[in-house]
Design a protein around this ligand. Structure first.
Ligand SMILES: Cc1cc2nc3c(=O)[nH]c(=O)nc-3n(C[C@H](O)[C@H](O)[C@H](O)COP(=O)(O)O)c2cc1C
Length: 359
């Protein structure tokens, strides 16, 4: 690893601290973190990741066992900090079920009762599998769990979307701050669901101000998809980068082909923040369904996770039919830069290119 430029030295220090050769972290992506992808990133010298939101403990324990058996290296496992319980509105949910029934199969009456995983049980299981890092999104980890992580020598990577959230995460004991710019694909990690769209800050403004606000290392995520992005993030003060969408066209990601094709054709403005899939703001391709859900007269999406339950039938049917217009096609604003190359090559290329640019 070259160490001439101060930004490269900083990245090198971060990499050594976490047992990496390359300061590139796979972004944790719930529903899009196959073992093959995480393993390829780690074997290239970066850090693998698992987005464990939707998994019960036995499922992610099995995932980790396979990852390790196949030679995976340093690993981040990610959990969502639960929001307060959603407010239910039966009449509004009926209107939503009618609306969604026009975009997919009819929606069962109990579809909004989507169960969440038991967060406490997930946390305890994470301690048992001992990843390199536990990462959080949508809020702060409970203090008792943070103490258990520290006692176990597991780092806490806290995802933030504002400077205030970064300060709060550092004060709560985060070892690393993951600054998520508004360009990012997938859900925005705002601690409060209601402000996630209004407080959408781009990475170029967010990153240096987070770096100035905290003492701990900062990882840049959101729109980082080629070597120029990696070099820029390091110059703005990041210690590492965490690409998500940039890895989705790799063969290891094994993405639904309709979604992968949608990424190739995406323009930055062809993605939009939407609550239409889950009830939480996230960035997706502006497909027919996403646009219809934002059109005047369309019913407001229900809160998370009710909306996720209501849209399950449509999402699953569309995924099986390779129907891009109705499947859940998360995408960052740099989607079109995502290369269709093996993940190891992508990771090595990002780093080699950034080193060259930074001399
Ligand atoms: C398909 C998908 C699923 C995601 N799921 C999660 C998740 O479960 N937890 C999380 O912290 N971030 C999640 N994210 C956000 C990523 O971790 C990361 O912040 C984002 O991908 C970075 O922006 P980029 O896509 O432009 O690289 C997801 C992103 C995508 C694209």
């Amino acid at each position: 690893m070259s160490g001439r430029h101060p930004a490269l030295l900083r990245a090198q220090a971060f990499a050594s601290r976490f047992g990496l050769q390359i300061p590139v972290l796979m972004a944790p992506m719930a529903g899009a973190s196959p073992v093959a992808l995480a393993k390829a990133v780690a074997q290239a010298g970066g850090m693998g990741a698992l987005g464990a939101l939707l998994m019960e403990p036995a499922a992610f324990e099995a995932w980790v066992t396979r990852y390790r058996a196949e030679g995976g290296g340093p690993l981040q496992i990610n959990l969502w900090v639960p929001d307060p319980p959603p407010r239910r509105d039966a009449a509004h949910e009926t209107a939503l079920r009618d609306f969604l029934g026009r975009h997919g199969p009819s929606v069962p009456a109990d579809a909004g009762d989507a169960p969440l995983q038991d967060f406490h049980a997930q946390c305890q299981a994470l301690l048992a599998v001992r990843p390199t890092a536990v990462s959080s999104i949508m809020g702060l980890l409970p203090p008792a769990f943070v103490a258990q992580l520290k006692a176990a020598g597991i780092a806490w990577f806290a995802t933030v979307t504002t400077v205030a959230e970064a300060r709060a995460a550092e004060a709560a004991g985060a070892d690393v701050i993951v600054a998520q710019g508004a360009e990012a694909g997938g859900h925005r990690g705002a601690f409060e669901a209601e402000v996630a769209r209004d407080q959408a800050v781009g990475l170029f403004a967010l990153l240096p101000q987070v770096v100035d606000a905290v003492q701990v290392p900062v990882v840049a995520t959101g729109g980082v998809a080629d070597a120029r992005g990696v070099a820029a993030a390091l110059l703005l003060g990041a210690s590492a980068v965490q690409p998500g969408t940039a890895l989705l066209r790799t063969p290891e990601a094994a993405l639904n082909p309709a979604w992968a094709q949608g990424l190739v054709a995406a323009t930055p403005e062809g993605t939009r923040l939407t609550r239409a899939f889950s009830g939480r703001w996230g960035r997706a391709l502006a497909t027919a369904y996403v646009q219809a859900a934002a059109a005047p007269g369309a019913p407001e999406p229900a809160p998370y996770p009710v909306q996720r339950g209501l849209t399950a039938a449509m999402r699953e049917t569309a995924a099986a039919a390779h129907d891009l217009q109705h499947l859940q096609a998360w995408a960052g604003q740099a989607a079109a830069l995502a290369p269709a190359l093996p993940a190891g090559e992508v990771v090595r290329g990002l780093w080699a290119g950034a080193c060259e640019l930074l001399g």
